[in-house]
Design a protein around this ligand. Sequence first.
Ligand SMILES: Cc1cc2nc3c(=O)[nH]c(=O)nc-3n(C[C@H](O)[C@H](O)[C@H](O)COP(=O)(O)OP(=O)(O)OC[C@H]3O[C@@H](n4cnc5c(N)ncnc54)[C@H](O)[C@@H]3O)c2cc1C
Length: 309
Amino acid sequence: MLKIKGEVPLKDHTIFKIGGPARYFFVAQNEKDLKNAILWGKKKKIPFFVLGGGSNVLFSDEGFRGLVIKLRNTQYEIRNTKITAEAGVPLQKLVFETAKKGLSGLENLAGIPGTLGGAIWGNAGAFEREIGDLVEEVKILKIENCKLQIAKLKKKDCKFGYRDSIFKKRKNWIILEATLKLKKGKRKEIEKKIKEILKLRKEKQPLEFPCAGSVFKNVLIETVPRKIQEKFKEKIKNGFLPAGVLIEAAELKGYQIGGAKISEKHANFIVNIGNAKANDVMQLIEKIKKEVKKKFRVQLEEEIKLVGF
Ligand SMILES: Cc1cc2nc3c(=O)[nH]c(=O)nc-3n(C[C@H](O)[C@H](O)[C@H](O)COP(=O)(O)OP(=O)(O)OC[C@H]3O[C@@H](n4cnc5c(N)ncnc54)[C@H](O)[C@@H]3O)c2cc1C
């Protein structure tokens, strides 16, 4: 028997603490659970949405009128320099467990909330390291009508790019598991690096408030008008102009609508300072896009996943 719940507030399942109800909600502990839930939804002819740690999503105030499946498959195995982990394993668990074994690779991703599945979906990254750099293979569930099929993708098939992957374009693929290849390193040094990264994050990011990380993607420098490139040339990093630089320069830090506010600490973060509605956040997103477009002729693109709008 599947324990499917009705009308579950999604604000309780996102780091942002925002979002209306899921019509149906189910926690899948393993592959079998997941398959059964998908088939249940197919029979009812309702859409599904796979939720990881809820750290990169904004659900609308109306919520999601289908089945939200929260993935909590959490098995993993470390063998020599490789780790194979199910999609529901928290990324931070992998950061710390691999460090303990003296395996280097994940330390720059310390402090990124959410699951391995969510990280692979969006090719999460920080401090010049992306999860895609480490991926060797990804196991997926393909859903075609009522047919469920397991497949394995090699790294090149995942089409990783800046906060991008093939998974963003394949709504009917669910990431089940991934194998990452790390390098041998020194436990002490890896743990020291993790500490440094966590300290840097604390200094730069408004971690004291609920949020969904960076709201907008950084901007590929070629898409920025020449004059604006010149104006911000010292801020360009690895071919990208940080979205936060433009938002700050548009003097939007601290701007607030309802319970949502553009962080004073980091302009690319919108924080929930108390009972924010998804609608407040959406209004802020529109305001930011409009002002940045008007002032710098740059079109910002959301990094966070908007659901139910
Ligand atoms: C304080 C804070 C700091 C952050 N810092 C960073 C950072 O430095 N770098 C960075 O890249 N991100 C950052 N983020 C954003 C976020 O943590 C990452 O994008 C994270 O990898 C999302 O994982 P998740 O499990 O929470 O995904 P969710 O938010 O649950 O889902 C995100 C998307 O992934 C899809 N998805 C999740 N699991 C699966 C699966 N198994 N199969 C198919 N699709 C799936 C969902 O359907 C959804 O579309 C930050 C967020 C916060 C709140």
